[in-house]
Design a protein around this ligand. Sequence first.
Ligand code: NAD
Ligand code: 6OD
Length: 486
Amino acid sequence: MKEFKHFINGEYSASISGKTFENRCPVDNSLIGMVHEAGREEVDAAVKAAKAALKGPWGKMTQAQRTALLNKVADRINERFEEFLEAECRDTGKPRSIASHIDIPRGAANFKAFSETLANHPTEGFRLDTPDGKGALNVGHRTPKGVIAVISPWNLPLLLMTWKVGPAMACGNTVVVKPSEETPATTTLLGEVMNECGVPAGVFNVVHGFGPDSAGEFLTTHPLVDAITFTGETRTGEAIMKAAAVGLRNISLECGGKNPGIVFADCDIEKAVEGTMRSAFVNCGQVCLGTERVYVERPIFDQFLARMKEEVAKLKLGRPEDKNANFGPLVSLEHREKVKYYYDLAVVEGATVEIGGGIPDMGAELNGGAWIEPTIWTGLSDDARVIREEIFGPCCHIRPFDSEEEVIELANDTDYGLAAAIWTENSARAVRVAEQIEAGLVWVNSWFLRDLRTAFGGAKQSGIGREGGVHGLEFYTELKNICIKL
Ligand code: NAD
Ligand code: 6OD
């Protein structure tokens, strides 16, 4: 049985209190191992180690030296690919075919992309005229923000953690990570990689535990933390924002979504079906950018719905290592309870269940796991809770629309504003609609196509701030102006 310890100041350590909690595999609910739960003392030790490391060899490195080290970390993740893959699939139950294409390669790439962007980003400079005619030079200078608390979720554990740790470290900060209690494995393993690559002790730290009254709260309220970057639910983001208010610490919040997919009659219908299938069902629907509301222009509504049902019927549920499987369980039995609640609510709210809606019979070996059927509904009213609240499961509601104006209004009729996907072969329409969608990310004829140089983040209740490319610089560095009188 595995044991997941904290990683503090370059060493693995157990909880001082001896407190641990179970880590179970959602495929069959088998016990993977025990996770040590951090109390205030361990969190304090991790934050103090991170603070001290800012003044050690890490703080004295040049940008080029840091970049070389981070490239080494990326390469080492790829060398230990199989171990990361195994750990991620055991924690989440997701198919190896998905994790080997998305989670692990992106987890590694996050350590390269940002340091490369940073190395090529200029700082501003202004020449100021002065009354003596000699002038002054103003030069922008960026310094690391300090100790960054990274609070990450369970749906893409390695990818979403390194998406923050990569740029934070590239900018010269040190980090204390609190991974989701559901998925401690790959973050813990990354500690070994940091040591193997020679990252100085204290630069990368990990504490395990839960949110309120546990490691998450102790970390976000710690006075020596300089900024907090978070991915997770909007309600948790609110709690973290309150914690960050004390001491005026900066925050970056990447939160939930209730993303629309808009399918115009002039789309390439096969492309739209393929893309919407991915956006609603990949990773068992547990992607923040996923589509839970699909709007289809009336002339192709019946055809689109029929094609979607055909494709859903072909999804193959199975163990991560099953080469034919492309659909795993939800992350936990607790999350399945939440998703199933919405499946039942949809019926109460008057939905027609087009396909799915229940818990599949997976056979004796797997029935203890967090399996759920991929589901499509029609017929719900626009104010139904199933239409308005994020479910974070493999499900979508499909509704017809009649005009561009109507669908823009429907798409924007939500508290969230993370992402949208538009399907049309008319590029003028695509741009016109994309410009009017209230969201941080809009894809046209694609979904989750990522260029790491671009801005990533949400509008409305989907978050605060942008990360990615040079945008993370604003969050991960302090911009100082140096004025030199000539
Ligand atoms: P969550 O908010 O429950 O947990 C996220 C992390 O926050 C976990 O590590 C958890 O332990 C910690 N946490 C919980 N309460 C805390 C508190 N009071 N103080 C400090 N830390 C606390 O989210 P989740 O269930 O892990 O992930 C699913 C959610 O994340 C969905 O809403 C999804 O949309 C969102 N998400 C958003 C993005 C994005 O980029 N916008 C990406 C992935 C997931
Ligand atoms: O691709 C990314 O960089 C990213 N942050 C993806 C988020 C996915 C949410 O589940």
